[in-house]
Design a protein around this ligand. Structure first.
Ligand code: KIV
Length: 277
């Protein structure tokens, strides 16, 4: 039976019923198809594509045009999953108008269902403005890679009571501003559980413990296609890199020694036709 399109209401109902929500990143048509066909609730076209697909050393250089390009490809691969486009650095911080305009591009041009943006309480007015324009917004607190320099690097956030209180307040402010969902990255499990209990909207954890309403991982981490570094929270379900590398080496050898293409990969014509050429 064909799965119906996932909606904001369905994600909310899952939280209320205590059923886990699944989220996975995807950046192109083939990965989007696989994620959708696996029955995953939400596809995040994360700005992590800057590192795992475009080869930047962080997510900071990613542009709006790059995000839109990849979101369009993901849209073509998805039938049912709920698609969230990740707003890149400086696409929502400069002014409220720019934030709403850029969020609108994800919906109008790239056909995403919602946008995600990073930041705590200071981002509540931006979330409110985008929601007021009719665009669902997912928040993202804890370790926020776009501003990792301000956080003094890629570290677990909210480990002491003061930091944890600030993140709990941020979660409540973003909920009040109208966010429909909240990603929480790299925070202690007890804090992940506390925020999940204290807010009504679904929480999606990445390194935030198992009590979150759902989980997200980066596609390339899960399938073992990114080996520059592996964060503690990432589980590699399959290691594709060595399989692909071996296949490429075998292909090169077969071409060099003349065993590829074989007869099964070759088109034939009648000898008498060939003689007339
Ligand atoms: O960009 C991304 O993929 C993300 C996830 C890690 C949540 O923001």
């Amino acid at each position: 039976m064909e799965r119906k399109k996932v909606t904001v209401a369905e994600l909310q109902q899952k939280k209320e019923a205590g059923r886990k929500i699944t989220m996975m990143t995807a950046y192109d048509y083939p990965s989007a198809r696989l994620v959708d066909e696996a029955g995953i609730d939400t596809v995040l076209v994360g700005d992590s594509l800057g590192m795992v697909v475009l080869g930047y050393d962080s997510t900071v250089p990613v542009t709006m045009d790059e995000m839109i390009h990849h979101c369009k490809a993901v849209y073509r691969g998805v039938r049912s999953s709920f698609i969230i486009g990740d707003m890149p650095f400086l696409s929502y911080q400069v002014s409220m108008d720019r934030a709403v305009e850029n969020a609108g591009r994800f919906i109008k041009e790239a056909r995403c269902d919602a946008v995600k943006l990073e930041g705590g309480s200071e981002m509540a007015p931006v979330v409110q403005a985008i929601v007021r324009a009719g665009i669902p917004v997912c928040g993202h607190i804890g370790l926020t890679p776009q501003t990792a320099t301000m956080l003094s690097g890629f570290k677990v956030q909210g480990k002491d009571a003061g930091g944890a209180r600030k993140l709990l307040a941020a979660a409540k402010d973003l909920e009040e501003a109208g966010a429909f969902m909240l990603v929480m990255e790299c925070i202690p499990d007890l804090l992940g559980a506390r925020i999940t209990r204290d807010i009504k909207i679904p929480t999606i954890g990445i390194g935030a413990g198992k009590e979150c309403d759902g989980q997200v991982l980066v596609y390339h981490d899960l399938v073992g296609l990114f080996d520059r570094f592996t964060p503690k929270f990432a589980k590699q379900y399959v290691k594709l890199t060595p399989l692909i590398r071996d296949a490429l080496i075998l292909y090169r050898k077969e071409v060099e020694e003349g065993s590829f293409p074989g007869p099964e990969h070759t088109f034939s014509m009648k000898q008498e036709e060939a003689e007339k050429i």
